[in-house]
Design a protein around this ligand. Structure first.
Ligand code: GLP
Length: 241
């Protein structure tokens, strides 16, 4: 794992944004795996700024997101569909029909999971996957205990994860109990992975990750076996490592 230590959230975002921009410039029809949460917001802002200033085009890019809450439709303000529209898709020239997220309102969720796996396959896999990390080591919404062999599936969210994400909702009771997430196997099949972490809250997770003990009890640990992972983290996030 290549580790880039930076001073701040802004520096992390600038670095990550530039890696994605360069990827798209070199390979205009890249398949980008995208993430939500607070961590990638600054990265998306960099991409938008560059798009406005330098006109980097996303016309031929396809994007595939990690996850979506079960039960929230795409117009729900806290859905990841809405997050992506608001914070990225509506501000660059990516074609809406080339942006994919799991449908958390599908009647048959297991069919939706299969469909999502087929989609990843049809796209030819993910060229660059952007990832955040949960305080408990989750990636996407793959909670501790998820099999490293998992494909897209429905997961019961842990109370700690629901609490950590409650800040986006009016209260914790509104946070859905389930989500559809890309599986760990699909994530690690990405050709390249960009893992971001910022702030003290992530320091325990990063120190556990960097200890290098690979276990399903700490999903992100599998990333230490991937040949092309870059971790960009700020000093606060690396303060326990
Ligand atoms: C959520 C998302 C993850 C994200 C994690 C960390 O649960 N499903 O993809 O990496 O939380 O979020 P944040 O970046 O807000 O700390």
């Amino acid at each position: 794992m290549k580790i880039i230590k930076v001073a701040s959230y802004e520096e992390m975002s600038a670095h990550a944004g530039q890696i994605i921009i360069n990827k798209v410039k070199d390979h205009p029809s890249s398949i980008l795996g995208l993430a939500t949460g607070g961590t990638p917001l600054g990265t998306y802002r960099r991409i938008i700024e560059d798009h406005e200033r330098n006109h980097t085009s996303y016309r031929d890019v396809s994007t595939i997101n990690l996850d979506e809450y079960v039960g929230l439709n795409e117009d729900h303000p806290q859905s990841y569909h809405m997050y992506m529209k608001e914070h990225l898709f509506s501000q660059i020239d990516v074609q809406p029909q080339h942006t994919y997220l799991p449908d958390g309102t599908a009647k048959d969720l297991s069919k939706e999971c299969q469909h999502y796996d087929q989609l990843i396959e049809k796209l030819g896999g993910i060229d660059l996957q952007l990832l955040g990390i949960g305080q408990n080591g989750h990636i996407g919404f793959n909670e501790p205990g998820t099999s490293f062999e998992s494909r897209t599936h429905v997961i019961d969210l842990m109370e700690s994860t629901r609490k950590a994400n409650a800040r986006y909702f009016s209260n914790v009771n509104e946070v859905p109990h389930h989500a559809i997430t890309m599986g760990i196997r699909s994530i690690v099949e990405s050709k390249e992975i960009l893992l971001l972490a910022s702030g003290k809250k992530k320091s325990s997770a990063l120190s556990r990750l960097l200890e290098g003990n690979v276990t399903e009890e700490f999903p992100a640990s599998i990333l230490t076996r991937h040949p092309q992972v870059t971790l960009i983290a700020d000093e606060a996030a690396l303060s326990k490592s």
